[in-house]
Design a protein around this ligand. Sequence first.
Ligand code: BES
Ligand code: ZN
Length: 873
Amino acid sequence: MSTTTVTYLADYRAPEFLIEKTHLTFKLHEGYTDVNSQLTIVRNPHSTHADHLVLHGEQLELLSLAIDERPLGVGDYQITPQNMTVHNVPERFVLQCKTRIYPEKNTALEGLYRSSGMYCTQCEAEGFRKITYYLDRPDVMSEFETVIIAEEGTFSTMLSNGNCLSDTVHAGKRIVHWHDPFKKPSYLFALVAGNLVCLEDHFSTQSGRQVLLQIYTEAKDSDKCYFAMRSLKKAMRWDEQTYGREYDLDRFMIVAVDDFNMGAMENKGLNIFNTSCVLAHPASTTDAAFQRVERVIGHEYFHNWSGNRITCRDWFQLSLKEGLTVYRDSEFSADMNSRAVKRIEDANVIRSVQFVEDAGPMAHPVRPDSYIEISNFYTVTIYEKGAEVVRMLANILGPEQYRRATDLYFSRFDGQAVTCDDFVQCMEAVSGKDLRQFCLWYSQAGTPQLHISDSYDAARQQYSLTVRQHTPATPGQTEKQALHIPLKIALYGSKGALALVIDGQNKGTETVLDIYQDQQTIIFEQVAENPVPSLLRGFSAPVKIFYAYQLAQLQQLILLDSDGFCRWDAMQSLMRIALCNAIDGKDNHAEQIMLVDTLKQLLADHVSMDVALLACMLDLPSEQYLASLYDKANPTAISQARTQLQQQLAIQLQPELLGCYQTLQDKIQGLFAPAMAARSLCNRALAYLLHINDARYRNLAQQQFTQVNNMTDQFAALRALVHAEHAGSIAQEALQAFYQQWQHETLVVNMWFQVQVTRPWGNVLQVVHELLNHTAFDARNPNKLRAVIAAFANQNFASFHDRSGKAYQFLADQIADIDQRNPQMAARLLTPLTHWHQFIDEHAILMRKALESLSQRELSKDVYEVVSKSLMN
Ligand code: BES
Ligand code: ZN
């Protein structure tokens, strides 16, 4: 890669031309597709006057080109690998362009491609330019008409965005004509053609319009769409009730495809989904996967307003749609399920994944300043940190003002392509608050650290909290400014939460402290006893908190805090202290005793507790998270300490775990929340018990494996057996039986791959090599790559960080190979290697070596960007 172009936010210019209408005709042939486009183009009145038009276009075979019916000759235009420049164009004209593309050869799964015989598209972010020459940028919004033509009888289903105007047969060809009345950028274009079946339903909107809902799949999956349909209707109702947003077309379609780089895509009126994010059936789908389906259906549906009706001016504003929509889907999930558990899951992702990204060579702000390849910026920072930024705004404004501010946003900018600043300005306009300092959350990368200390003055009955904030430097940003951080807190006394009085004002028992300065002290008055502070309630900001809790204080919060997140967080702290002591070779006796004592109380009392929350509280902090607590982490020590503590807890909590497992057995039937919660607790208990070398527990798991009728319990039993070090032939038999039973369900086979490569003991790299040669493996299918390679590299800490460095080099070699076919997937698989900076030299050197071996090769822009940035110190 000799020439790399970097795109800068500061270079943004409005487009020179606009495309009023886009008329596309697709002629689908076996082996190739011809695309005829007719673009009604006008000069942008707000732009400078260039007399030449520059369009995007990649990997296109140009067949002909004309302006207002006049064919253009070689001197009239110029073509490079990325662009077409047309010289001397008038103020307003119709550009007609014929191109040929090869969907069957498209292995990058971007643009128009084929997946199990069906045609489908993926255009975000810059895939439309692989379909035809165009102004492929989100601030060019156009009205689309699409005609699809294929040999009669070849495809039962031929879809595009919007409404179907006609469907006719003429001279042996089927011709289907679609029109989308809403202007949209090219990245929201979609086309599907294949032999699909469809589940239909209706939704009547709050204003009384009838909407036709359709979910298209291959015939073999027709029984797995009911849950997605129900989720869709819930999402549509939720958006009406929560944001006053109603669906705007007469028809909403979802298509499930096997080969998809991402989870799903919000194309206007025609969402395209990875099968893994739409298909669900209790026999073959786990509870976690059900919840993922509900979430992704909601997410893509919510984009209809936050993304489609109002879109991004440029890709630097990606979080405008993704951050906002993740916040929306997260609130939707919280409303549909356990709010506390959802918050814990989100906080866990931020802490164990986003904080790691933010502390490493790939750190970038929620609104980045530059990129080489935009596909690399669909990151946890843009998505999850971006969602936290919107959540903080919602909390700063309060529910009533936040709703008025989003109403203003949706009405002020409807039909436009806008910026994150435009969004924040609506928040300011409604609340009258000055959010200029808050806006640093968009431009400043890195995770703020809050160091909190306190003191209690019994004579004055005063308690004071001192908060110091500091954000470590990130690549390209050495100087950091103080952020506006909403810190939600409560104070606990021996009898529960204390009344909070600040500056003579009564604040109830919970309050948000607005932290603005590098250092700030808050004084609480009329405090009758030295309290335990409950900090960052509800994870009120994406920051790291440092406060020196005593073990007894943590126990008090675990048992009594009214905030589910804080209870879980206190438990994580207790576990973390125990683990870090072990990792550092220190005694952790006191912590273990406290842990066992606390868990005993919780488990014995599980009937009176939120069972789903208790299940979360049993999880030890992940290895990845533990590593992030160190300047230079020793992965072997981390894995060992964690395995040992798991075993210790299993042994010492044996009766409680078994008791819990047994008493909950009559509550695990059914698809609703209480049964899901019971299953998650039972299966965590079972997994712990299998860490004990005792045939009774293996038999218990084997029994569960063979007797249950739902995938959650069957898979949990399989996992417990395969991951137990002593289960030997029982585990092997279960693995074989599972494959026998499910070999025809692709998504279940993926779980079968995943459970083997995440086994926490033995030579797993060997297993990975074997599975790569298994008949069910297919290196062109992204879900398979995720199930084997990504699962191994991201979810098998011990094996991936094997001292030999073989797994690092294995991953690099795989990436080099995958990069030839699918650069986006290759670049995403690289993430674990970019974390080299977290580890002791012995490992960091080997990880860098693997990255360096990649940099010697011919790489795509995607992989090049990640390799080169992650190797810069
Ligand atoms: N717009 C994205 C899909 C996308 C991302 C397309 C990157 C092209 C490049 C979609 O709305 C999305 O964010 N999907 C997520 C799932 C969601 C629940 C966060 C995904 O695909 O993982
Ligand atoms: Zn999205």
